[in-house]
Design a protein around this ligand. Structure first.
Ligand code: KG4
Ligand code: ZN
Length: 334
């Protein structure tokens, strides 16, 4: 049994959690900065760093209190080292270095994208690699084959915007505000997903890569046309049609990858994995093809410390360690 403290500060959530042996979540404390960034229509990196500075000590303390674990009882401190916003990452990394050093405990650097995948181990005790996985968040869209813990083959990724980024940008132009994903998800229920047939971005020659910038332009052009003709913006129809296009692109490639590889398990992760229509479409397709679908509950889809503690555990038992030279790696690859 290993008790790991996970610390996450790569974007706009200051988060910490204690997880036992990568599976049993004892606490999961998230201090969200959404209300602050909403005022600016998106994440302001410098403000994010400052908020992490203010909150991190309290968040870590609460994570330990809620777990009823004393700092001395921890086996290791795991921290997101990248990718993410450099200033935001540096807060978590600096804190974790000092904390681990002070306690005399090992420090384990964790890749944020791998962390998202590992959120699934917490809620699905029987889930083990290999499996096909799609990580879809505000900063990443990665189609990967997880061969083993920490052994990941990247099959495809976005060539431009991440799926969540597209949700956020489109939400802004149709006046739904930040963060766009959950707002479009909700609004789309009132709209017709086939009111407009927006493009399904394809990357020629790369069957597993994604592209969302053409879709974003198509939505903008459509709105400009309506403005020029003095017509009303059908917000719900645009939200539903845009969402349908993104979901189509995601589901098609993910299913194609699983079927081509003969893989019977599909796992989804990241903020966009909490999208209702995405989960529904994927479930239908998986059921039709006899594929088992695993998804974290919404609170473990978006950024959290538990996923970092879970990923940190698997890295920890493989012997991965960082010394006090650990830095933040804003462009870290999976
Ligand atoms: O994983 P996450 O918390 O942060 C990153 O690592 O980027 O993901 C945040 C992203 C945002 O772009 C947000 O709009 C999107 O996930 N998101 C959603 C939904 N909930 C969050 N996108 C679509 N539908 C949702 N329900
Ligand atoms: Zn994330």
């Amino acid at each position: 049994m290993s008790l790991i403290l996970g610390i996450e500060s790569s974007c706009d959530e200051t988060a910490a959690a204690v997880v036992e042996s990568g599976r049993n979540m004892l606490s999961n404390v998230i201090s969200s900065q959404i209300d602050t960034h909403t005022l600016y229509g998106g994440v302001v990196p410098e403000i994010a760093s400052r908020k992490h500075m203010e909150n991190i000590t309290y968040v870590v303390r609460e994570a330990l209190l809620k777990a009823d674990v004393k700092p001395d009882e921890l086996d290791a401190v795991a921290v997101t080292a990248g990718p993410g916003l450099v200033g935001a990452l540096l807060v978590g990394v600096s804190f974790a270095k000092a904390y681990a050093y002070g306690l005399g405990k090992p420090l384990v650097p964790v890749n944020h994208i791998y962390g998202h995948i590992c959120a699934n181990f917490i809620e699905h005790p029987d889930l083990k690699p290999p499996f096909m996985c799609l990580v879809v968040s505000g900063g990443h869209t990665h189609l990967v084959y997880v061969k083993d813990y920490g052994d990941i083959e990247v099959l495809g990724r976005t060539m431009d915007d991440a799926a969540g980024e597209a949700f956020d940008k489109v939400a802004r132009v149709i006046g739904l505000g930040y963060p766009g994903g959950p707002k479009i998800d909700k609004k789309a229920h009132e709209g017709n997903p086939h009111a407009m047939e927006f493009p399904r971005g394809k990357v020629s020659g790369c069957e597993y890569d994604f592209s969302f910038s053409g879709l974003k332009s198509a939505v903008l052009n459509h709105i400009n046309g309506l403005h020029m003709r003095g017509e009303e913006i059908p917000v719900a129809d645009i939200a539903a049609s845009f969402q349908e296009s993104v979901v189509d692109s995601l589901v098609t490639r993910l299913m194609h990858a699983a079927i081509t590889r003969g893989e019977k398990k599909i796992v989804i992760a990241g903020g966009v994995a909490s999208n209702g229509r995405f989960r529904q479409r994927l479930k239908e397709e998986c059921d039709a093809k006899g594929i088992e679908l695993f998804a974290p509950s919404p609170i473990l889809c978006t950024d959290n410390g538990a996923m970092i503690a879970a990923a940190g555990y698997y890295d920890f038992i493989k012997g991965k360690r960082a010394d006090l030279k650990l830095n933040a790696y804003p462009n870290a690859m999976l």
